[in-house]
Design a protein around this ligand. Sequence first.
Ligand code: NAP
Length: 313
Amino acid sequence: MTTKHTPLVILGSGPAGYTAAIYAARSLIVPVLISGMQPGGQLTQTGDIENFPGFPEKISGIELMDQMRQQAENLGTIIVDETAVAVDLSKKPFSVTLDSEDVYTCDALIIATGASAKWLGLANEDNLRGFGVSACATCDGFFYRNKKVAVIGGGNTAVEEALYLANLASEVFLIHRRDELRSEKVMQERLKAHPKIKTIWNTVVEDYIGEKSNGGLTGLRLKNIKTNEASELAVDGCFVAIGYAPNTELFRGQLELNAEGFIVTDKTNLHTSVEGVFAAGDVQEMFYRQAITAAAGGCRAALEAEKYLSALK
Ligand code: NAP
């Protein structure tokens, strides 16, 4: 176990974390970035990205994040591929304990820990996760070649997952609780036009059918919420795509969080309730949850951290 001091620690390696690192490094701060459990963050689990400016031919999420990491490193960021397991924001310098038990103390902290997929919360969900139930089509879709799958949700993630899975599976059912999707119109058009995808409207999943010890998921028990009609749908896989919850457990009781658990920040300068602690990206953003807005937040947080650190001198 070692303890090191550094002016700035950045937690998280999505677009917010890497962009914060790029800006901080260019201010000659030499930031330490703790990449977390999933280096590259949520974008490493998406397919092609069409809406990040500068890549007219699209770019894969993994490649985009690799390039951001490379850029941050080239400019002098120290990247530590570990996970923060505890933080102490009650006194200065702040301290961050890693899973190796090494500790970084720092004068300023940028939190860019992002968000994680939400689950339906059904009784046997935990049991069947990895046995037919998943929240990541790009990770697990391969196992469902020529099989039937369902995707739950009506946002961009659900539609993207359905389109991705349609390249592999024999049939894809998109199950949505309303009669209107909230995803981008262009994605809705692609969904409608796809011959392998069927959308089941006004419907919720009441239960997963299947046993982990006996081949895993075999189907879903559904209910139409307009007619109350119950039905069963035979599927081999179910992908839950109902949004994301912020990764803020480490900060509970130390920073102001809103009712949904997002870090409360000043929307202009991304200051949190503790002076010297800044937050950027999905961990504090409830509405514009995009790679580009996260990157922009990382930039703002780094500029603010730099200003804060200069004032301390
Ligand atoms: P989202 O936009 O919050 O959509 C979640 C969907 O899940 C909604 O359709 C919601 O239904 C449904 N839902 C929520 N809880 C549910 C439950 N308990 N049971 C059944 N359905 C439930 O989440 P997202 O699609 O993950 O997207 C998150 C953010 O990332 C958005 O800002 C999105 O634009 C962005 N994103 C962007 C891209 C892209 O630009 N290509 C790709 C992926 C994600 P209701 O509609 O009825 O609320």
